[in-house]
Structures are given as C-alpha cells and as structure tokens.
Design a protein around this ligand. Structure first.
Ligand code: ATP
Ligand code: MG
Length: 183
C-alpha cells in the first residue's frame, strides 16, 4: 500500500482544502517555524485513527478543528482524507476491492469523529486495524514526532518495548487480544 495523497480541510492551521501529493521516493516539507509542517504529520496520524488528544498536541480531540484567527472565523469540522494506491492489492481483506483506497475521517464539533473507506461508513476500529496490520498505524515507529527521539532515550523499558512491538508489526495482535478479553 502506498500513500499517494493527503488532503486537509479545516484541520488545525489548514483552514482551506489543501492537497499534499506524495510521489514516489522522498518527499520533503520545508518552511518557517509555525507554518504547519508538524500539523501535516499529525493529520496523517489522525486519519489513521489516533485517539489520544495529547499525541495531537491538544487538550481535547476537537482541538484539531481550525480555531479561527483575527481575520477568519473558526470552523465547525475538520476532515482529513488519505488516498492510498492499492494497485498491487496489498490492502487487508474488506478494504481490498479496488485499485485506490480513500480513507476519510471527519470530526464535527459536539458530534465527534466519523470514518469512511471508499465512501462507505466504517468504524474507527476498522481503520485502526487496517493500518496496524499494514504496520503503518498511528502509533507506528515510522512516524516520528518532533522531540520523540529524546523521549525514547529517556523512556522506561515498558514504553520502549511497545515501540519495538510496533516495529515488529505485532501490535494488531494486541488490539485483537484486548478486544477478545472485553467480550
Ligand atoms: P516548527 O518548525 O516550529 O516545528 P511547524 O511548521 O512544525 O513549526 P506546526 O507546529 O505544524 O508548525 O504549526 C503550528 C501552527 O499551527 C501554529 O501557528 C498554531 O497556531 C497553528 N494551529 C494549531 N492548531 C490550530 C487550530 N486548531 N486552529 C488554527 N491554527 C492552529
Ligand atoms: Mg514542527
């Protein structure tokens, strides 16, 4: 599965719909402090099903919605879409019926988050599982936050183990065991 496009609409500082095309090879994002580079990475983590407000540098999940500036009013929702090239048909079953996979997450004030996969309603859990199985999930070590390296160096062994487990691609199993225990 290859990510081909990230679209942000009302997400943090990206008030107007903005497309980030992700071509083959390396994509660099450069810009002055505060222009939104980290927000892009957070959008990617968020559309993959991140549920911890702290990981989004916010107090509550609705803090990802554009909060307004002196010249523009706040928005009522935020939406992030991730377009995935699935021409090699590597997506897990249930998501693997077309060459392109579009995952959309939208959060509306006082309503909460809703997810779609190729325009069909899906649960947060389905999306989280899709990316956990592909080892690219919201908690994947493939996404390194600003400051995360020093956090990792200072982490306790248990926290460090979780990172290794993500890297080994077994965190999807933990999610399933947790669910089984709840039943
Ligand atoms: P640096 O180079 O310092 O790491 P950066 O390019 O990573 O900067 P970000 O942290 O992505 O910058 O962007 C921060 C900007 O996003 C700030 O100007 C902040 O006001 C804005 N921002 C964050 N959340 C929201 C929101 N909900 N609504 C509007 N703007 C927001
Ligand atoms: Mg940054």
């Amino acid at each position: 599965m290859r990510f081909s496009k990230l679209r942000l609409n009302g997400f943090k500082s990206f008030v107007d719909p903005t497309d980030l095309l992700i071509a083959d090879g390396l994509t660099g994002v450069v810009g002055p402090n505060g222009c939104g580079k980290s927000n892009l990475l957070e959008a990617l983590r968020w559309v993959m099903g991140e549920t911890r407000a702290k990981a989004m540098r916010g107090g509550g999940m609705e803090d990802v919605i554009f909060a307004g500036t002196a010249t523009r009013s706040a928005r009522n929702f935020a939406e992030v879409s991730l377009q995935i090239d699935n021409s090699e048909r590597l997506a897990p079953s249930g998501f693997n019926d077309s060459d392109q996979l579009d995952i959309v997450r939208r959060i509306t004030r006082d309503v909460g988050s809703a997810y779609k996969a190729n325009a069909k309603d899906v649960r947060a859990k389905d999306v989280q599982m899709l990316f956990a199985d592909a080892s690219t999930g919201a908690h994947s070590p493939a996404l390194v936050r600003q400051g995360q390296i020093s956090e990792l160096i200072n982490a306790k062994p248990k926290a460090r183990r979780r990172v290794l487990e993500e890297a080994a691609g077994i965190s999807g199993l933990y999610q399933r065991r947790h669910e089984a225990e709840l039943k």
